[in-house]
Design a binder for this molecule. Structure first.
Ligand code: S3P
Length: 434
């Protein structure tokens, strides 16, 4: 299957972005570990979050879907049961890594696997601290790649300093810490997204945040609650950038989660000269949310690296697209993590954007882009990575060219209605060969 995207002109009107992927995963996992019912409003029905739902069901939690609302009947911290079959996290790193933290503390045996991409992604960053806590985990490549088997055991609390700024690592250790008696602390080099800290505290756990360190006290009583999932800023980013680069655009992007650990993309776009206005800033279930009105504006290149990188890591592929339309050079450093995402996103974006005529150079830890080159239409590959696929669609809109995108199915991982939305905006879905 392939899809033809043709840049057709201004984006006008409004877009409501789907629920946040990170928050949706956590609401299901924490709801399952809590007592009583958790109602999740605005849940993201993307394939990744559905992988979490299916794993939690296999572990004994009752997860119901009523129209747009998902409800979870929690089994309590000690109520999960041994699954009869292998758990499959599909394409979802968050499912795999957070669940490893949970499974490490269960009095039973589990095997966890994932799709071809996830089976290549590093798990040692999570298994290392879990082994330190007393977990018994084994598998391929010395127990560092999925499939992994986990013989849950009695965990001891730990103090762990992670070499990478990763919310998945931090969350896995904190989740394991829930099953250990005493305090478990994780420190990271830069602050990664903090949805786990916020939501665990809202469910009743004692969570203490000091700088880049988080401490959780084990064996809390978690209480089910209503969670309103904010719109995903990582999904909003595609339209914020599309409207910025397509001349004449004026778009209202509704319901964007603006948690400060996620808003690196807004900071960078502002520095690049984007015209964005925040309207109706509010709080939903402990997460800040706003509507953002964005109008086309001339952009300029930027240099980024350091602490901002974890705050926009998932937006770097589409930021590369924005940079193609900016005046001057954009340099991204300190982003080697991109090489171990669903695909090597540095290699994939460099290969595909170069094939359209872009001036982009890959670096070990990022890329350099010189904006202002004329792009030409052609065939591009998604590399089965949802964010690469959507970024290439935005390049087509920005350049007013036709791009034939191979294997776009992966878009359903995080934004199942993305192509429909492009079509509704009238900005360019030409043909959709299913
Ligand atoms: C996520 C954390 C990030 C991000 C991923 C979702 C999460 O990964 O890239 O899309 O929900 O915790 P890392 O923890 O590997 O940085």
């Amino acid at each position: 299957m392939s899809v033809k995207i043709q840049g057709k002109g201004p984006l006008r009107g409004e877009v409501s972005v789907p629920g946040d992927k990170s928050v949706s995963h956590r609401a299901v996992i924490f709801g399952a570990l809590a007592e009583g019912r958790t109602e999740i409003e605005g849940f993201l029905f993307g394939e990744d979050c559905l992988s979490t739902v299916s794993c939690m069901r296999q572990l004994g939690a009752a997860v119901h879907v009523n129209g747009e609302t998902v409800s979870v009947d929690g089994v309590g911290l000690t109520g999960l049961k041994e699954p009869e079959n292998i758990l499959d996290a599909g394409n979802s790193g968050t499912t795999a890594r957070l669940l490893l933290g949970v499974l490490a503390g269960q009095p039973f045996y589990t095997v966890l696997t994932g799709d071809g991409s996830l089976r290549r992604r590093p798990m040692s960053r999570v298994t290392k601290p879990l082994l330190q806590m007393g977990a018994a985990i084994s598998g391929r490549a010395g127990g560092t790649l999925l499939p992994l088997s986990v013989q849950g055991s009695h965990l001891t609390p730990t103090t762990y300093t992670s070499p990478v700024a990763s919310a998945q690592v931090k969350s896995a250790v904190l989740l394991a810490g829930l099953f250990a008696e005493g305090e478990t602390t994780v420190t990271e080099p830069e602050k990664s997204r903090d949805h786990t800290e916020r939501m665990l505290a809202a469910f009743g756990a004692a969570v203490d945040v000091r700088g880049n360190s988080v401490t959780v006290t084990g064996r809390p009583k978690l209480q089910g609650r209503t969670v309103r999932v904010p719109g995903d800023i990582s999904s909003a980013a595609f339209f914020l950038i599309a409207a910025s680069i397509v001349p004449g655009s004026d778009l209202l992007v509704r319901n964007v989660g603006i948690n400060p650990t996620r808003t690196g993309i807004l900071d960078v776009l502002t520095e690049m000269g984007a015209d964005m206005e925040y309207i109706n800033t509010r709080d939903e279930s402990g997460e800040p949310v706003a509507d953002i009105r964005v109008k086309a504006a001339p952009l300029r290149g930027v240099e980024i690296g350091g602490e901002i990188i974890p705050r926009l890591i998932d937006e770097l592929p589409v930021l590369a697209v924005a940079a193609l339309f900016a005046k001057g050079e954009t340099v991204v450093r300190d982003a080697a993590e991109l090489r171990v995402k669903e695909t090597d996103r540095i290699a994939a974006m460099t290969e595909e954007l170069s094939s359209l005529g872009a001036d982009i150079e890959a670096r070990d830890d990022g890329f350099i882009i010189r904006g202002g080159r004329m792009l030409t239409g052609g065939s591009v590959k998604s590399h089965d990575d949802h964010r690469v696929a959507m970024s290439l669609c935005i390049a087509a809109l920005g350049a007013g060219i036709t791009v034939d995108l191979d294997s776009p199915d992966c878009i359903a991982i995080s934004y199942p209605s993305f192509l429909e939305t492009i079509k509704t905006l009238g900005s360019g879905l030409q043909e959709w060969d299913k």
